[in-house]
Design a protein around this ligand. Structure first.
Ligand code: 6PG
Length: 228
């Protein structure tokens, strides 16, 4: 595995501003040149300020499709929901005009909603132009967790667009974009902050085993945006 391109920012504020500015420019360029743009954003605690800043960008958001890299299977009203995070950040700005493809299915069982989610993704969001991912210190990305039920299915070359994941110790089931969908994105960006995540990334690269370090599934032609 070639080492991904690394952009190191002098501060977390610089990371927030720099990545938001880059993504806004790329989305504007994609809309101007192709008429549309499709971006998958990750949840978690890291991207919030960047999502707020991105949502303030003045671009033709009505031509942008936004989805998530993964979603906890909780209602959008839950503070644990990544859709809730987008509502509180990205969609507070002009980005509220974007088309949103959720990964939460209010079905009796999450698996029942997978078909509808896959259809929405295929009809509206795929292939992705951009995927913006995070990573845990356990070397997961999206909801591709080591040891998770569903991980092999999500990593398979013939995986469906979205896969149900039950991760060890997770508070709720998750639906994740599969590895082929993330690998098929026009560009991938990994946003990480803190020395512990930098160390986890180096550990993943030295391990070289995608089942122990699922982040490896997205690092080919990926740009890592890092701040201490
Ligand atoms: O649903 C989620 O939590 C994210 O999509 C997940 O993949 C996240 O990017 C990592 O867990 C890092 O999370 P932090 O930014 O909170 O460290």
């Amino acid at each position: 595995m070639t080492h991904p391109r690394l952009i190191e920012y002098p501060s977390r504020e610089a990371l927030t501003d720099g990545l938001a500015a880059y993504l806004a420019a790329r989305l504007a360029d994609l809309v101007a040149t192709t008429g549309r743009a499709a971006i998958a954003l990750s949840g978690g605690s890291t991207p919030g300020p960047m999502l707020t800043r991105l949502g303030e960008a003045d671009l033709h958001w009505e031509d942008v499709v936004v989805t998530l890299t993964d979603e906890r299977q909780v209602p959008p009203s839950s503070p644990r929901s990544n859709q809730h995070l987008l509502a509180e950040t990205l969609f507070r700005g002009a980005a509220a005009a974007a088309v949103f493809v959720p990964l939460y299915a209010p079905a009796p069982e999450p698996a029942d909603g997978l078909e509808a989610i896959a259809a929405s993704l295929n009809n509206l969001a795929l292939p992705l132009d951009i995927a913006v991912l995070g990573m845990g210190t356990d070397m997961h990305t999206a909801s591709l967790f080591p040891g998770a039920v569903g991980l092999d299915a999500a990593l398979a070359a013939d995986a469906p667009p979205a896969v149900l994941i039950t991760a060890p110790g997770a508070e709720e089931p998750r639906i994740t974009l599969s590895a082929p969908v993330l690998q098929g994105a026009g560009e991938r960006h990994l946003m990480i902050a803190g020395a512990d995540k930098r160390a986890a990334l180096e550990r993943a690269l030295s391990l070289g085993d995608v089942r122990q370090a699922p982040v490896l599934a997205v690092l080919e032609d990926c740009t890592v945006h890092y701040a201490d």
